[in-house]
Every structure is written in structure tokens, then in C-alpha cells.
Design a protein around this ligand. Structure first.
Ligand code: ADP
Length: 794
């Protein structure tokens, strides 16, 4: 019941004066003192004005009797509780009846004012009463404020209570008697079979869900927190529920709080960890599962992190190396690598890791007993779903036995290669040894032929010579092949004119072709380089072999050689219309000692070495030989060699003067030559060639004799020295060196067994002027002597 009080009217004076004249007076006096006045005509108007709002009620005694006092009381009773409306009663002059006075005083907050009025006192009384009235309003406001504070406090605590109770989080509060005071929804769910939960002792509630001992344990913690104020944080709470078939895990904590006035209580927060715990369990289980697999594997498995630190090694590592887990982690595992392999293995790993690449490397691993065994280590990078590098996983496998096998294989290969080489060297030496006497036989056959007059005798010698030459060719082939196999073949790089070379081949082969009445044609498909860089001797050898075969195996038709140059490759296509080669035989053709069929061998001769040599030579010249053939119709052998052109491409010219570089055959010399060789045959042959060409000869059998002869020859009758390099007592190298040291400036021609560039360089280094190879070639020797004796001496 809060009657409305008009606050704007609460400072006015509501007056019911004795007379209307008094009303005017009252109005005048109070208005003069800034007090508003509401003068009423009767008690009805008076009470109505009071109900509307008044600061002071002023009433003349004349208007008061039992009925009006009751009416007034009724009006006042409707005022708010805090409202104490001051009532000023203007007493009638003279005696006041005690009954009426008592009735008047029964109105509360009445002040009696006697008449006649003393204006000043009256005004100050009114002012004082108005001030009181004002204070009442102020107190009311204050009370109202407090009231609203209390309200909001109540509201917020209600909100909090609701929040707690609706919260799905686990939270409940117990009071100082350990009875549940509040419980969140989460808590009510956890204690779902405790009804009602609020007001139940926490121990009883806990016993409904946990084993008694667990519950008592928890309650003890509640008590401790309640008594000491110490907070409590649970650790690893995992227990079997007694009310359901489940093992649940919780994290919970206790905190003392103030509840209900000054009393303490304890709040318990808990978090259901069951699912997390389950996933942790699953993770642990799967980790164990994989660890078991890793440990059972015969390979060593390992894992590194993104900084290449080892974070896992399977059991086998520790068993194998004897390292402890602490020793193996990080970079510790690397200490089990053989010191000689550490740097290489580390480099292999880091260079792969730099590019996040897989890697594989082999190193020796120290076993628990201190011995080393070879192992292969294979790793792959790991990335997460976003592609972030996580490190490597890998495995190590013992490959010691495989390695030993590989090493034995390698050794066997080396033995085989060495055996092959020594076989090659033996063949090279042997064929060389045969070549020298062969040269002597042929040379002497030439000499004998010159001495014989009877054509029959000459025919016999000619047969010896022809077969000797044939044998010499075979030996030359074997020598070539064995040199190639022994890795001793060296090719030169000099300026060669391809058209000139082909012209030379044609001039050499024309005789054979015309013997068989087969045209031999040389054609060019487009311009070719004027000069190329290659080995003319070897190139000529290949072409002669191919063209020779083409003529040999062709009885009808023709032999064509087509030369074409494209993209720094020079192609020579040798095509014949001969017997051709069966497809099966083509494969074996370039293998040494292979001939297609025995019938053709018998009728055509040959050793089956030519093509094998040609292919190797072609490869040495940076090319190859290919074959296309149809049995019975002919074959095309194509030689392709690397040929970087020198100068420009030209229209080829077969009439080119190939002999321009080679002066014509020299048949006459005028020189006194000292021939130094330990072999009588060579001395004899050389003498024969030189003397036949018009020269004279002095001989010596070793280097020492040669040096002595030259030093003794004060008149300097000797013009040139031809000196074998391999001799007893003093070899040609030492002799040449000594002669040069003694100031000898005569030209020295070295006679070497091997036609290799290295031999030549060695001869020149020893002081020789030029060199020629055995067996002695009469023309070459005479031309060389001529050249060196007609030039200025060295
Ligand atoms: P050979 O010295 O025996 O000729 P080659 O190595 O030069 O040795 O040739 C091997 C074999 O290849 C020859 O015996 C022959 O059977 C076959 N052959 C080579 N060239 C031709 C050709 N142009 N036509 C047919 N057969 C050929």
C-alpha cells in the first residue's frame, strides 16, 4: 500500500481557516514568506487536498469534532508509512475542552497553536514543520535507494544460484555441516541417483556413486579444506562407479567459500576426464602396439624430430649396439657409427634432410661386442597434414653378409679384370714378339727374291711373302684387340681431311674391287667439313676393313660408300650387294673371333677380329658402327664418328692431293747412318734398306757402343743414328740422353716396339728426334732418314 504522494505539492500548506478572512490573511502571510498555500472551504476539500499532497496541514479547531477527526484520520492512514504529515491545529481562544483536546491529540504529529496568532511564531513554526516534512522525503529516498540495492543483491544472488544450478559443469557447494547446498546440473547428473541431492550429506551422496573407501577419502579432503581453507587439487582420479558399470576419470578441486552469512562452506569443481582418459589409454595402447611391432622387427626402427634429434629407437638397436636408451637418444646413436664412416654418413643424411628427401646410406655399425658390421640406413621424411616437416622415420638393416659377398664379387671381378689384362698384355707382347721375326722373315724374303733369277724360285719366295703378310695381318689384328682390351689403345686427334681420306681408301681398295669386277663408288650426301679432328690412321683402318669386307663378301653388284655430315657427326655408309648376314648372326658379329658361318670363312678367309676391332676403334673415336643386312641381298655398315668441323663445310673433292702432306716415296739417300740394335736381323735389314737406297751404315749392338762410336768419331762422319730402345747393357733411352748430354746434335730415330703415343713421347723426352716402329718399314725409314738428313741438324 503505497499511496501516491505528489512531490510537487509536498511543500505546500493545506489550510482550513476559521473564516474566509482568516484564509486571506493566512495566504498573504505565508505567500510573503514564499510558502505556497492551499486554502480549503470545508473539511472535504481539506482532506482531498491532503491526499493530493501537503507539507503541512493547518486546521482551525472550529472544524474539528469527532466525525471530522475520524475523517481526517482516515485520510492520514492512507499516507505512506514513512510519511508523518505535521498537523497544525489553531486552537479557539479560551478553554479547550479536554475531550476534544484528547481527540485532537489522537491525531499524530499534531502541533497546537494558540490564538490570537503571533505571526512570526506562526511563520517560523510552519517553516520548521515544512523542513521536517522535507526531511521525511529525503529519508524516504534513502530508504528507497537501499531497498533497490537489496533488491539487486537479491537478484544477482538469484542469478548466480540459477547459473550454478543450470551449469552443465560439475560444481556443488556444501555447507559447514558438509551437506549439499547447491549443485549444478553437471553435479546433479553425476549424482543422478541421489534424490534429493540438496540437503544430503556429501558423504552419503558420494557413497551412492563410489566405493565407501573412495567416498571417505574424498570427504576427508572436504573436511580438511573446510577447516584449513587450503584448496585441494585432485590427481589421477580414476575409479569404478558403484551405481553403473563404468570406470570414470575425474579431475576435481576443492575451495573454501563463505556461504549464508559468516558461515564457511566448500565448493567442489569437477571435470569428467573419462573420454580424454580413454583416448589417452587408446593412444598408449596403440603406441605400445607399434612399439611391440617395432621391437619384434629384425630391422632397427628409428624416429627423429624436426631438429634431427633421435626420439625413438626400437629394442633391436639397444640389443645390437649395447647402447642404453639414454645413450641412443638425440645424437648419441651416431657414436655407434665407425669413426671412418661418420663424416660421410652424416653428410649423406644432412644433404638429404636439407631438401627433405629420402636417403639411404651404408656404414659400419659398432656391435655390442665392439666389432663392426656393415649396415644400411634408410630414412624417409615425415610431414603433418598441413605439410609441416616433422622429422624422419627409418630403419637400419645389417648388410654385412651382403657386403662381404659384394666385396668378394668385386675382388673376383678385379681378379678377372687383372687376368684379362694380363692375358691382353701377354697377347700384346706375344704378337709383338712374333711381329719382329716375321718382319725379318719378310724382309729376308724380299732380299732373297732380289737375288733369285729362276721364276719358279721367285714364285716360292713370293708365296712365303704373301702368307707371311697374311700372318702379319692376323698378328696385327690380335695386337690391336689385345691393346684395346688391356686399355692401352690410344687415339690421336689431328687434322684430317675426310674427302682425302676416302680418296685414299678408294685408291687402296680399287685394285681388289676391280679384281672382282665390282664397281666401288664413293659418294657424298651434301657438304662435309673440309677438316675434322680425328685419328686418321684408325679412321682409315675402320674404313678399309668395312670396304674390304664389302668387296670380299660381294660377288655381283656393287659397293657404295656414302658420306654424310649432320649435327657434328660424320656418317660413312658402306653398302654392298653381297651375301648379307642372317638376323641371328648379326648380333654376334662385333664379338671377337666371330665369323658368320664356317662355309663363308673357309671360302673368304679372315680371323673374325676385324669388326670387333672396328667397333672398339669407332667407340674410341666417339662413335659407333651399326648394321642393316638382309641375308642374300647385301649389307650396309654405317660408321658414325664425332667430328667437330674445323673451318667451313665444303663440297667434297675426291681428287684432293692426299699425298700433299706425305712427300712421295723416297728411294735414295746419301747419309752415313749408325744403326744400333742388339738383334742381328734388324741391323742386317736396316743396313739392307739403307744401302739399297744409297746410304752407308755403321752398326752398334747396344747404347754404350753407340755412345763410344759417336764420341770416337771425331771427324763426324755419321749423319744420323737409328737406335732401338730396348737393348741390353745400355738401352736407347739412356744412350740418347747421354749423347745429348755430351753435346751430340745428330738426328736420332728411335726404333720402338709399341706404336703408342706414350712410347713416342718417352723417346722424344729422352732426346730422340723422331721415332718409327718395328717391324721396319723400308719406305718409312728411308723417307724419315731423308727428311732428317736434308733438314738442318737439330
Ligand atoms: P673377318 O676378318 O673374318 O672378315 P670381320 O670381323 O671383319 O672378320 O667379319 C666377321 C664376319 O662378319 C665375317 O667373317 C663375315 O662372316 C661377316 N661379314 C662382315 N662383313 C660382311 C659383309 N659386308 N657381308 C657379309 N658378311 C660380312
Amino acid at each position: 500500500m503505497n499511496a501516491a504522494v505528489n512531490e510537487t505539492l509536498s511543500q505546500r500548506v493545506v489550510a482550513l481557516t476559521p473564516t474566509p478572512q482568516d484564509a486571506r490573511l493566512c495566504d498573504q502571510v505565508l505567500t510573503q514568506n514564499n510558502i505556497s498555500v492551499c486554502c480549503c472551504d470545508d473539511i472535504q476539500g481539506f482532506t482531498t487536498a491532503i491526499a493530493e499532497g501537503a507539507g503541512v496541514a493547518l486546521i482551525a479547531q472550529e472544524h474539528l469534532d469527532g466525525a471530522t477527526i475520524n475523517q481526517l484520520k482516515q485520510t492520514l492512514s492512507k499516507q505512506p508509512k514513512w510519511s508523518e504529515l505535521p498537523i497544525l491545529v489553531l486552537l479557539q481562544p479560551g478553554e479547550v475542552g479536554s475531550t476534544i483536546l484528547q481527540q485532537i491529540l489522537s491525531l499524530e504529529h499534531v502541533t497546537l497553536i494558540t490564538r490570537p496568532l503571533r505571526i512570526a511564531i506562526f511563520v517560523s513554526t510552519v517553516v520548521a514543520k515544512l523542513r521536517d516534512r522535507q526531511r521525511q522525503f529525503e529519508v524516504r529516498d534513502l530508504l528507497r535507494e537501499q531497498d533497490s540495492d537489496r533488491q539487486s543483491l537479491l537478484q544477482s544472488s538469484e542469478t548466480l544460484r540459477r547459473l550454478i544450478e543450470d551449469s552443465p559443469q560439475g560444481l556443488y557447494v556444501v555447507d559447514d555441516e558438509l551437506k549439499v547446498l547447491h549443485a549444478s546440473k553437471g553435479a546433479r547428473d553425476a549424482f543422478s541417483n541421489v534424490d534429493p541431492l540438496i540437503g544430503t550429506a556429501v558423504e552419503d551422496a558420494l557413497k551412492c556413486i563410489w566405493d565407501t573407501s573412495v567416498a571417505e577419502d574424498v570427504v576427508a579432503k572436504f573436511k580438511h579444506t573446510l577447516e584449513t581453507g587450503e584448496t585441494y587439487q585432485s590427481e589421477g582420479f580414476v575409479h569404478q562407479r558403484v551405481d553403473r558399470d563404468a570406470t570414470e576419470a575425474y579431475e576435481w578441486s576443492l575451495e573454501r567459500v563463505v556461504v549464508l552469512g559468516d558461515r564457511y562452506g566448500v565448493v567442489c569443481y569437477f571435470y569428467d576426464n573419462t573420454e580424454r582418459q580413454q583416448s589417452v589409454d587408446i593412444l598408449l595402447q596403440s603406441e605400445k602396439y607399434f612399439r611391440d611391432i617395432a621391437d619384434a622387427s629384425p630391422a632397427i626402427l628409428w624416429v627423429t624430430d624436426e631438429n634431427h634429434m633421435c626420439t625413438f629407437l626400437s629394442k633391436h638397436w639397444y640389443v645390437t649396439t649395447g647402447q642404453t636408451e639414454a645413450e641412443g637418444m638425440g645424437l648419441g646413436w651416431t657414436t655407434a657409427t665407425h669413426p671412418d664412416d661418420q663424416q660421410r654418413a652424416g653428410h649423406d643424411f644432412l644433404s638429404a634432410a636439407k631438401h627433405r628427401q629420402p636417403f639411404s646410406c651404408e656404414y659400419r655399425l659398432r656391435m655390442a661386442d665392439g666389432n663392426y658390421r656393415w649396415a644400411i640406413d634408410v630414412g624417409r621424411p615425415r610431414f603433418d597434414d598441413s605439410g609441416k616437416f616433422l622429422g624422419y622415420t627409418g630403419y637400419v638393416i645389417d648388410v654385412d653378409e651382403r657386403k662381404a659377398f659384394e666385396q668378394s664379387l668385386e675382388q673376383a671381378k678385379q681378379f678377372a679384370e687383372a687376368a684379362n689384362r694380363s692375358r691382353g698384355e701377354f697377347l700384346a707382347n706375344m704378337s709383338h714378339e712374333i711381329r719382329t721375326p716375321m718382319a725379318a722373315i719378310l724382309g729376308h724374303a724380299d732380299i732373297l727374291k732380289d737375288h733369285l733369277q729362276d721364276p719358279d724360285d721367285q714364285q716360292v719366295v713370293e708365296t712365303i711373302r704373301r702368307n707371311g703378310n697374311f700372318l702379319l695381318n692376323i698378328i696385327n689384328d690380335i695386337l690391336d684387340l689385345s691393346k684395346i682390351d688391356a686399355g692401352k689403345l690410344e687415339v690421336e686427334k689431328t687434322k684430317v681431311r675426310p674427302d682425302g681420306l676416302l680418296a685414299e681408301v678408294r685408291s687402296l681398295m680399287d685394285v681388289r674391287a676391280s679384281e672382282k669386277q665390282i664397281p666401288l663408288r664413293i659418294q657424298f650426301d651434301g657438304p662435309i667439313p673440309e677438316w675434322i679432328e680425328s685419328d686418321p690412321v684408325r679412321l682409315r683402318q675402320i674404313l678399309l676393313n668395312l670396304v674390304g669386307n664389302a668387296i670380299k663378301f660381294t660377288d655381283e653388284g656393287e659397293v657404295n660408300v656414302v658420306c654424310r655430315y649432320a649435327e657434328r657427326i660424320l656418317h660413312f655408309q658402306v653398302t654392298d650387294t653381297g651375301i648379307g648376314i642372317k638376323p641371328d648372326d648379326q648380333k654376334a658379329l662385333f664379338r671377337p673371333f666371330t665369323q658368320v658361318d664356317n662355309t663363308s670363312t673357309r671360302s673368304f678367309g679372315g680371323t673374325g677380329l676385324g669388326l670387333a676391332i672396328c667397333r672398339r676403334l669407332a667407340q674410341a673415336l666417339g662413335g659407333d658402327i651399326s648394321l642393316q643386312s638382309e641375308h642374300g641381298r647385301g649389307s650396309t655398315f654405317t660408321l658414325s664418328i664425332e667430328a667437330s668441323e674445323i673451318g667451313q663445310l665444303v663440297e667434297p673433292n675426291l681428287a684432293v692431293d692426299i699425298a700433299a702432306d706425305n712427300p712421295g716415296e723416297i728411294t735414295s739417300i746419301q747419309a752415313n747412318v749408325l744403326v744400333v740394335d742388339d738383334r742381328r736381323d734388324i741391323r742386317y735389314l736396316a743396313r739392307h734398306f739403307i744401302e739399297k737406297a744409297g746410304g752407308t751404315v755403321v752398326t752398334a749392338t747396344n747404347g754404350r757402343e753407340a755412345v763410344d762410336t759417336i764420341t770416337a768419331d771425331e771427324q763426324s762422319t755419321i749423319d744420323l743414328i737409328v737406335m732401338d730402345m730396348q737393348m741390353p747393357v745400355m738401352d736407347g733411352y739412356s744412350a740418347a740422353t747421354e749423347l745429348r748430354q755430351r753435346g751430340c746434335t745428330l738426328p736420332i730415330i728411335a726404333l720402338t716396339a709399341n706404336a703408342m703415343k706414350s712410347d713416342r713421347d718417352e723417346c722424344l723426352a729422352a732426346g730422340c728426334t723422331d721415332y718409327t716402329t718395328k717391324p721396319l718399314d723400308s719406305n718409312a725409314l728411308i723417307a724419315m732418314i731423308h727428311r732428317l738428313t736434308t733438314q738442318a741438324t737439330c
